[in-house]
Ligand binder design. Structure first.
Ligand SMILES: *Cc1c(COP(=O)(O)O)cnc(C)c1O
Length: 424
């Protein structure tokens, strides 16, 4: 159950009344529930039972230090896609030896740094990346731990909702060419084969594509075995969906247990990289209604959060819940909930029936993942504060940005203004 619940007619985050946070911290702000994050992570973890496994939280979903620190203390591993994410994990007390490094564009300096701190493995996405890692680790006198990301090519017809994820050729190597690359890696003195990985899409709500992908990967593992190549793990990636509106989703424990069921007789360790499913529904974006604006065609609730704070609705037409902090008995009216940014696409929700008045607070649901991390300073808006709640306490885990910080890294140039004639 979510920790964001009504008590009487007021909304709470765990045992903290949300109005209290708004009064002291201001709006907009992100509020996360520690209890929910712990629970979700543990559900993934316990589903594996005693089978060797590692849950590597996908840092890109929410990279706040407090959340990474919480997960590190739970024993989590981390899936990173940049050196910035690696440094965050280390700063938060995460263990480098539980880090897998994904992403198609790893630069030389990123690879060097990851080798320096001895990450668990690189999830290699292409042949040329494998050669680059080999060269750098050889120069450093090291052996780079690697996994190959394969594209298991799970039938897009069977699962049309993930079609884009599967036709992508930016990610991974075709599964048919994997064994030759593994052979190459096995013969290299600077590479150490750890495993094989895949990531078949995001916001997936069915188990079958994962099981199909695992079947194909297990066939590859058998093939490699005949080449005398033994892997120590299979990494099934992330992508487990969450309920934003009314989607029925895969319970984390069921997810882990179903994967385990398929490989329980092997010694292969299993890794997963969930992001959204750990933090997505553990967070809200809290915003205040500035104006209610009625026009002949539409009613607008103009709020103090905008697309720069939460871009999912504008970017993907994503539906996210809008829950008033105070439940009123007024007759509901249909509103578009929009921000102050000068773009027609700046909305958080469309056509919602709400009983609200100016100055009321609204909680945008499902905002714990791909919320703050995708925020920007567009329209010179300082980014929102982030708050972590546990039981009846809350702490600010990222201060609201101030105006000075908006242009602290900028400077005016010293070029002369040219005469009007020269500049034509
Ligand atoms: C984005 C991503 C994840 C996490 O995806 P979620 O949908 O947030 O679970 C995991 N692994 C890789 C390689 C990714 O790119």
């Amino acid at each position: 159950m979510s920790s964001f619940q009504y008590r009487g007619n007021r909304l709470y985050a765990e045992d903290v009344q949300i109005q209290e946070i708004a009064d002291s911290v201001g709006t907009p702000c992100y509020i996360y529930s520690q209890t929910d994050i712990e629970q979700r992570w543990r559900e993934f973890d316990t589903g594996f039972g005693s089978h060797p496994h590692l849950v590597c939280y996908a840092v890109k979903a929410n990279s706040n230090l407090a959340i990474l620190n919480l997960l590190a203390r739970l024993g989590s591993g981390f899936d990173i896609v940049s050196i910035g994410e690696l440094e965050r994990v280390l700063a938060a007390g995460g263990d480098a030896r539980k880090v897998v490094f994904s992403g198609v564009g790893k630069t030389e300096s990123e690879i060097k740094r990851a080798l320096e701190v001895d990450i668990y493995c690189f999830n290699v996405e292409s042949e040329t990346e494998l050669y680059r890692i080999e060269k750098i680790s050889s120069d450093m006198g090291k052996k780079a731990p690697i996994s190959l990301r394969v594209n298991p090519d799970v039938s897009a017809n069977t699962h049309p909702y993930i079609a884009t994820g599967l036709e992508e050729n930016k990610f991974g190597v075709p599964i048919d060419s994997a064994s030759a690359l593994f052979q190459y890696a096995a013969e290299s003195p600077s590479l150490e084969i750890k495993g094989v990985d895949c990531h078949i899409g995001s916001q997936l709500v069915e188990m079958s594509p994962y099981l199909d992908a695992l079947d194909r990967i297990l066939a590859l593992v058998d093939q490699l075995y005949t080449q005398d190549i033994e892997l120590s793990h299979i990494d099934m990636g992330g992508g487990v969906g969450i309920c934003y509106q009314s989607e029925s989703t895969i319970p984390p424990q069921t997810f882990s247990a179903a994967l385990t069921q398929k490989i329980k007789d092997s010694k292969l360790k299993i890794l997963i990289e969930p992001g959204r499913a750990v933090v997505g529904n553990a967070g809200i974006l809290l915003t205040r209604v500035e104006y209610l604006k009625k026009t002949p065609k539409k009613n607008f609730a103009i709020v103090d959060a905008a697309m720069n704070d939460l871009i999912r609705p504008s970017l993907y037409q994503a539906w996210q819940a809008v829950n008033p902090e105070l439940v009123r008995t007024d007759e509901p009216i249909e509103y578009d909930v929009v921000g102050p940014v000068c773009e027609t696409g700046d909305f958080l929700a469309l056509n919602r029936h709400l009983s609200i008045r100016e100055n009321d607070l609204l909680a945008i649901g499902g905002a714990g993942a791909y919320g703050f991390v995708m925020s920007s300073n567009y329209n010179s808006r300082p980014r929102a504060a982030e708050i972590l709640v546990l039981e009846n306490q809350y702490q600010i885990v990222r201060e609201r940005e101030n105006i000075q910080s908006l242009f602290a890294n900028e400077r005016t140039a010293s070029f002369e203004i040219r005469s009007k004639k020269d500049s034509l």
